[in-house]
Ligand binder design. Structure first.
Ligand code: IFM
Length: 447
């Protein structure tokens, strides 16, 4: 593509989350989170690791801000650890926890970097899980208390807030499939959790706005196009269903359309957790929607034997990231268009996009990651095309600033712009970081 200058003021950033980078899991009064507990269960994490130390960001945050400055980031998206602020989930405030984030925010602002803060990126206080976790409405109410405490302390300086990150993953992988904390496998819990995460989001919006005047408030959803593998009607039906469980289950209520009726029918559950007024609370208009985009999914129905289904017409791009996810940049273009032209979200950010590749630290001390450069470039081109088509895309955040704890994969997957040499905690900017630095400087796609 030629002449790809982005609009003035476009926000180029990078993202992380608390449990994945902070370490210091029990320091300065922090309470236990569900990930502190879950990662210790034998067999749950690929390399038997935990986030106890992670990238030691809790102690190295100043170096990490210097790294961001070197890349030239305009914004940095991070999450706060709820158990650092309220070790018992609610009630007693742990001041050293608040002080940490206050110092981090001041450091960012001093470096000219705009903080984008996510309140919940999966590290629920264990005490709240013991009291029922996200399947219980009490957790939504506790979240509002946490949001109030946190935004009262930082709302004067932070002006971009996300309530929850990827509620689908929290609910489905944490309570339905059991591969994430707390490791439960119950459809009923999954559905209640998904609802209470959205409710927590909706309930917190007015509190955040009151504490942080002129702030923009939104949330981050992980969205993937669910594409039928052929024109057969069974494939179409399966893809529409996957779109319903993964995308519309979250988008529709947020956009005021209620829960998608076809999926309510599919689950065939009473959904007694929904109370009068809840759907309106969830539909409180947001200032922006964040989209975390990684892959497209091609859906083949199992409703009929393979031989009776039409031949596949949509084949996956054979190129995959180390996560086994298809590299498909046009999917980002499709999603961005849908969020605006169908759902009409007023402002959109790509709050995460990136790829894991098996990066190696070469003897010359460099980390060359051409596949990540190609991945980012193709996706930023999709973002550019979406803006050209009229989508109000305001910013783009690379996942992630640092290699970090990739949940059930532990430290075996590297998503960072900076390579982390875990034994020494040295950070080394990969060639993708240097390429991104040039993109930011030019405010345009560069070779
Ligand atoms: O590392 C995660 C992040 O925590 C949430 N979004 C997807 C990333 C890559 O799997």
């Amino acid at each position: 593509m030629t002449n790809t200058r982005f609009p003035a003021g476009f926000i180029w950033g990078s993202a992380t989350s608390s449990y994945q980078i902070e370490g210091a899991w029990n320091e300065d009064g922090k309470g236990e989170s569900i990930w502190d507990r879950f990662a210790r269960i034998p067999g749950k994490i690929a390399d038997s690791s935990t986030g106890d130390i992670a990238c030691e960001h809790y102690h190295r945050w100043q170096d990490d801000i210097a790294l961001m400055q070197e890349i030239g980031l305009i914004a940095y998206r991070f999450s706060a650890a709820w158990p650092r602020i309220l070790p018992e989930g609610r009630g007693k405030i742990n001041q050293p926890g608040l002080d940490f984030y206050s110092r981090l925010v001041d450091g960012l602002l001093g470096a000219g970097i705009t903080p984008f803060v996510t309140l919940y990126h999966w590290d629920l206080p264990q005490v709240l899980q013991d009291a029922g976790g996200w399947p219980s409405r009490i957790t939504s109410e506790a979240f509002v208390e946490y949001a109030d405490v946190f935004t009262r302390a930082l709302g004067d300086r932070v002006k971009h807030w996300m309530t929850v990150n990827e509620p689908m993953v929290s609910a489905y992988v944490g309570y339905g499939v059991g591969a994430h904390a707390p490791g439960h496998t119950s459809l009923d819990e999954q559905l209640a959790a998904s609802f209470h995460l959205l409710l927590a989001h909706g309930l917190a919006i007015s509190v955040i706005r009151a504490n942080s005047p002129e702030a923009q408030v939104g949330l981050a959803l992980n969205l993937s196009p669910q594409v039928p593998a052929s024109h057969s009607l069974v494939d179409r039906a399966a893809a529409w269903q996957a779109d319903g469980t993964h995308n519309r289950w979250y988008l529709d209520p947020l956009a005021g359309r209620g829960l998608p009726p076809d999926i309510v029918e599919l689950y065939d559950r009473p959904m007694r957790f929904i109370q009068p007024g809840d759907m309106n609370t969830i539909a409180t208009p947001v200032d922006f929607l964040g989209v975390n985009y990684y892959e497209r999914r091609i859906i083949r129905s199992s409703a009929v034997p393979e031989a009776e289904n039409m031949p596949r017409e949509v084949f996956a791009n054979p190129e995959q990231t180390e996560m086994g996810w298809e590299v498909y940049a046009d999917g980002l273009y499709d999603i961005l268009g849908r969020l605006y032209f169908d759902y009409r979200f007023p402002n959109i950010y790509v709050t995460e996009n990136g790829a894991a590749y098996p990066d190696r630290l070469a003897p010359d001390g460099k980390v060359d990651d051409p596949k990540r450069v190609a991945f980012l470039k193709s996706h930023i081109e999709s973002a550019y095309r979406a803006i050209a088509a009229g989508v109000p895309l305001r910013g783009y955040f690379v996942w992630s600033l640092l290699d970090n704890f990739e949940w059930s994969h532990g430290y075996t997957k590297r998503f960072g712009l900076a390579y982390v040499d875990y034994p020494t905690q040295q950070r080394i900017l990969k060639s993708s970081a240097k390429w991104y630095q040039r993109v930011i400087k030019a405010n345009a796609i560069v070779d």
